[in-house]
Design a protein around this ligand. Structure first.
Ligand SMILES: [Zn+2]
Length: 102
């Protein structure tokens, strides 16, 4: 005699996981549950990839924000110097060029 997963006698032609279903294992409910599990695993994988990409973009955004801040500071220095001296010093011009090329 066969038994279902609950230890009860299994009727012929019934699913051992879903003994109320008159289909052999794996029954249509088994297949549907398996499809749901696969869909959830796939969604979890996509979610993890999305979270990794978001973290990557946040790091990139932080680097760009920091570069913009450094550029603003350097431009302020250059403008002050230009107002005061009528020209930009070679070191300030170099700093600006380095920031623009980074
Ligand atoms: Zn089943």
């Amino acid at each position: 005699m066969s038994y279902d997963i609950y230890g009860n006698p299994l009727r012929r032609g019934h699913c051992e996981v879903h003994p109320h279903v008159h289909e052999e294992y794996p029954c249509s409910i088994c297949i549907q549950e398996n499809n749901n599990i696969n869909a959830i695993m796939e969604l979890e994988y996509v979610l993890e990839l999305s979270q990794q990409r978001i973290a990557e973009l946040e790091r990139c955004n932080n680097e760009l924000t920091a570069t913009v801040e450094r550029l603003r500071d350097a431009i302020d220095v250059a403008l002050d110097q230009h107002k005061r001296d009528g020209a930009m010093s070679a070191s300030v011009a170099y700093d600006l060029e380095m920031l623009l090329c980074s």
